[in-house]
Design a protein around this ligand. Sequence first.
Ligand code: AMP
Ligand code: MG
Length: 406
Amino acid sequence: MLSVEEALSRILAEIRPLESVSLPLDQALGSVLAQDIVAHEDMPPFDNSAMDGFALLSQDSKPQAGQAPRLRVIGGVAAGYVAQTRVEAGTAMRIMTGAPVPAGADTVIQVELTNSDGPQSEWVEILQEVPPGNNIRPAGEDMRSGQTILTRGQEIGAWEIGILATLGYAQVQVVRRPRVAILGTGDEVVDIDAELQPGQIRNSNSYLLEAAVRQAGGIPQRLGVARDTAKSLREKFSQAVHADLILTSGGVSVGDFDLVKDIMHEQGAINFWRINMKPGKPVAFGKISGIPLLGLPGNPVSSAVTFELFGRPVVRKLQGHTRLQRQQIEVVVEQDIQERAMRRHYVRAHVTQRAGKFIARPTGNQGSNIMTSLLQANALLVIPEGGATFKAGEHIQAIMLNWPED
Ligand code: AMP
Ligand code: MG
C-alpha cells in the first residue's frame, strides 16, 4: 500500500502548470501571476500633501522675535489640480490632502497649527516651525519607476489587485484556471431532482466536488453520471476532451473498477493504488486522451477527503500555485481518541481556539458514509498508521481546512 505522501508526489509529478492568459484585472482575483509586475511610473506620481493645510517655505516658519510669522495666502490647490503660481518667500498656499505641492514650497503645515481668518483668509499665521519635507509625500516614496513590485508565481489577492490597479494594469497575465470535468458513476446514482426509486441514491458527490473544485480555483464542469457500463463511461469521457483534469467518483472498488480501467487502458494509461489511509478506498490516477484523471472513491466522505488531499493540490498546481497543501498544526484533543486501524486515519474535527490553545473535537460518527461528519469540520486530525490513542489534553497534528496554504 502506498502512503498518502507517496501517492501525492506520484500524482503531482505528472502535473504541469497550465499556460498563461491575459485577464481583465477585475477577473484576476485568486489567480497566479504569470508575469513580473514592474512599476512604469513613480507612485505617488508627484510630491503631494499628506494633510489639509498650507504649503510654504520652511524658512518662513521660523518664529521672528518670538512672534508667529504671518504669511500672505496667494491661493489654494485641491486634489486633482495643479497650482499655477509659485510659492515665494513670505507667501503660502492653501493645500488639500493629495494635491500636488506647488512649485517653490518645500513644506506643508497642517491647518491645526495655523491661525487665519477663515477659509477665504488672505493671511495665515504659522504657529509652529516646520522642517523641509514636512507632510509631503514625495514622488516614488511607495514605488519607483522600473521597480519590480510583484513577481511571477505570486497569488493575486485583494491587496495585490489594489497594487495592480494603482500601477495601471487593466489586464494582467495569469496562469489559466483549470477546467475540471466531474463524472459520477453508478447504476444506483441519479440526479438530485429525481424522485428516488428503490435502491437509488442521489448524486451528491458530483455537486460536492463541483463546489470543492470551485473553492480550489478550478472551473468545474459536471458531466452527469455514467452507468456501470463501458459504453456509458466511454460516452461520458468523450465529453471531457476540453478538460485539464477529470475527476470521477465511485466505480473504483476492485470489482467495478475494471470498467474504468479497461477504458483508461484503451485510451491512455492507468495507475491504480491502494492508499494507506481512511476514509478513502483505492484511488485511481492516470490519463485519458492525455488528460489527467483522478478516480476518487464513491463513498461521499471518502470522496470529499481524497479530493481535499489529492484533488485540491492538483487543481492548485495546474493553476500555477507553488504552495499546494494546507497548513498542519499541533492541536490539543479535548477528549480521548482511540484508533486501532492500521491505516492512517483522517478524523473530521472542529478546532477552536481557547486561552491561546487550539482545541480539537471530532465531529461524531466517523464512518465513510456519514456525511454529517463533514459538518462543522474545519480540520482533519491525523492519526498515524498503526493506530494510536490520544488522551484528552495530548497533542495531535491537524490539517486546517479553512487556513490558507503554507
Ligand atoms: P463505489 O465505489 O462505486 O462502489 O461506491 C461506493 C459507495 O459510494 C456506494 O455506496 C455508492 O452508492 C456510493 N456512491 C457512489 N457514487 C456516488 C455519488 N455520486 N454520490 C453519492 N454516493 C455515491
Ligand atoms: Mg459504483
